[in-house]
Every structure is written in structure tokens, then in C-alpha cells.
Write a protein that binds this ligand. Structure first.
Ligand SMILES: Cc1ncc(COP(=O)(O)O)c(C=O)c1O
Length: 326
């Protein structure tokens, strides 16, 4: 018999899938690292397990403890799955811009969900960063995960996602393109790949309204770059410790409209029913066209699943209201 001991053993070893239609004008091979095959339907399952195991190992998380985190949804899902298998409680704090589906999904796997306003500074006591931190101070036997600054996040991708991509491409990968939020994926995968071949180029996909691109190019943290945006999961108004700016060769920004339209196109043209940051990632990759040549092997990582966006990017009424389609 062949079976996993529990759901956590099914995390990782996701497929690499060729894009055929959206990329037809590019000279190179484009392959998608298809992370929705993880049991929580996102790449975040990988770092959720790693962050919890590291916290157990050094005593930050104790038996019967409560896991507290600010999450845009996917990390919460990963943490909730691990918590169920290992017997922890979860409290997740989200900002109100996140899809309702993400909140419902977290409640479905037994987590308590607290929703905070998006449109306040990270230091504001109402922000989801501040509320998560405060709750962790007030709740007995709790552990605040802090995926932004918790370096187990990057390590998970250095130990699993990066080696998988290297192996699946037979070491032929030349470029890695990925949306950047906490930075764990880009930094962990990028570090591993560059250790195998320093010529591999790593591109981060950013949003308008986020500080990453300007900070990377100038070293300036410019508060004027910060404003609310629609794209979910990528871009930040802080500099998380997990973003290793030295690993990243460049950032490319994608508009909210393009990210939403390309999320639909991935589904309709490629049969890839994916989340909003996948739309941003593929559009950013297309914008980088001039950087690719015939023999290149470009890997783009798609973080999460389309089912989390049926009320938004897959709802044409919403798309019309936003002015994204006629
Ligand atoms: C949908 C989605 N895309 C992209 C990202 C960014 O990944 P990372 O946090 O590893 O930079 C996240 C992280 O929250 C996400 O949920």
C-alpha cells in the first residue's frame, strides 16, 4: 500500500507545467511551478510546516499552544492544517481587503478569524500587524508566527521549493520569476538556485502601491510609494526580513487591472485556475520579454488557487465595477 501518514506528508513535489498560449510571443520555454497542488492549495503550506517545526524545536511553541498570525489567507490555511494534525489552536488576523472566501476557508478549518482595516499605517494599533502582535502578548501559551521576519519561511523554500525546481529542470533553469510578499519564496528559491548556478537571474514581481521596487533600485524607503491597491498577496508597505534584496536581480511592477485580467486569461487560455498573484506574475514575466532569449528556461511560480477569488477576479460584475473589463 502507498499512502501518506497524514495530510502534511503530501506537501511539496508539485508539478512543473509548460505554458503554451499566453507565452507564444516569447522566444523561450516558460514553465510554471504549480503550487496549488499542495493540500492547502498554496505554496504557503511549505513554510507553515517549517515555521511550526522550528518553533517546536526551540520551545517557542509549546504543546496545546495557540498560533497567532497576521495572514492574507494562504499562510493561515497552511498553519491551520499543521495545527489540526499537531493539536494547536489558531487565531488569524486579516485585513479587510482580502477575499471573503479566504476568511470563510480559514473558519472552515477551525481557526478564529479577526478582520482589521487595510487603510491604516502598519504602526496604527488597528492594523493587522499591530492587532496580531497585541493578541500574542495577551493570549497565554501563544506564539506569534510573524511570517514577514521569521526566517524559517525563507529556509522552507531553500530546502524544498528551490531544489525541486533545480531537479525538475535538470539544472537548465536560467530565470526565476515570482511575486514577492513576505519574500520567503523569492529569497529561499533564489538563494538555492544561485548557489547551483550564479548566472540564474531572479526577478521579483511587485505592485503599484508597494515599496519594493524603488527600495531595491535606490535604497530609499519611500512612503510616497505606499497607497492601497487591489492585487492580493504581493507588494508591501514594510521591508520584511525575509526579502533578501541581494538575491533579487530586479523588480517588475504590474497594475491591479493587468493582474486581474491575466488571472482570468490563465484560466481561459491555459486551463490554469489560479489566484490573483499568478496573474500578476505571468503579466510581469511578459513585460520582461526583452530579457529572454531562445535557449532560456524561465520558471514562474504560481502561489495559490482560483477558488479563493471567485467573488472578485472571476466575477465579471466585480471586474466591471472595478473598470477592468467593459
Ligand atoms: C497569493 C499569494 N501570492 C504571493 C505571495 C507572496 O509570497 P511570499 O510571501 O513568499 O513572498 C503570497 C504570500 O502571502 C500569497 O498569499
Amino acid at each position: 500500500m502507498q499512502y501518506a501518514e497524514n495530510i502534511l506528508e503530501t506537501i511539496g513535489n508539485t508539478p512543473l507545467v509548460k505554458l503554451n498560449k499566453l507565452t507564444k510571443d516569447l522566444p523561450c520555454l516558460v514553465l510554471a511551478k504549480y503550487e496549488t497542488f499542495n493540500p492547502g492549495n498554496s505554496v504557503k503550506d511549505r513554510m507553515a510546516v517549517k515555521m511550526i517545526e522550528d518553533a517546536e524545536a526551540d520551545g517557542r511553541l509549546k504543546p496545546g499552544g495557540t498560533i497567532i498570525e497576521g495572514t492574507s489567507g494562504n499562510t493561515g490555511m497552511g498553519l491551520a492544517l499543521v495545527a489540526i494534525v499537531k493539536g494547536y489552536k489558531c487565531i488569524f488576523v486579516m485585513s479587510d481587503k482580502q477575499s471573503k472566501e479566504k476568511m470563510d476557508i480559514l473558519r472552515a478549518v477551525g481557526a478564529e478569524v479577526i478582520v482589521c482595516p487595510t487603510d491604516v499605517a502598519p504602526t496604527d494599533p488597528r492594523s493587522y500587524y499591530s492587532v496580531a502582535k497585541r493578541l500574542s502578548e495577551e493570549t497565554p501559551n501563544s506564539w506569534y508566527v510573524n511570517q514577514y521576519d521569521n526566517l524559517s519561511n525563507t529556509k522552507a523554500h531553500y530546502e524544498s521549493t528551490g531544489p525541486e525546481i533545480w531537479k525538475q529542470t535538470g539544472g537548465k533553469i536560467t530565470h526565476f520569476v515570482v511575486g514577492v510578499g513576505t519574500g520567503g519564496t523569492v529569497s529561499g528559491v533564489g538563494k538555492y538556485l544561485k548557489e547551483q548556478n550564479p548566472d540564474i537571474k531572479v526577478w521579483g514581481i511587485d505592485t503599484y502601491g508597494s515599496v519594493f521596487k524603488k527600495y531595491h533600485e535606490t535604497g530609499i524607503f519611500d512612503e510616497n510609494e505606499i497607497y492601497p491597491y487591489v492585487t492580493e498577496g504581493i507588494g508591501e508597505d514594510i521591508l520584511p526580513k525575509n526579502v533578501d534584496f541581494d538575491i533579487i536581480d530586479g523588480f517588475e511592477k504590474v497594475t491591479d487591472k493587468d493582474a486581474a485580467v491575466y488571472t482570468q486569461l490563465l484560466a481561459k487560455e491555459e486551463g490554469m485556475f489560479l489566484g490573483n498573484s499568478a496573474g500578476a506574475a505571468i503579466k510581469g514575466l511578459l513585460q520582461l520579454k526583452e530579457h529572454f532569449t531562445k535557449d532560456d528556461v524561465v520558471v514562474v511560480l504560481f502561489h495559490d488557487h482560483g477558488s479563493r477569488y471567485v467573488g472578485k477576479m472571476f466575477n465579471n460584475e466585480w471586474m466591471k465595477e472595478m473598470g477592468y473589463i467593459d
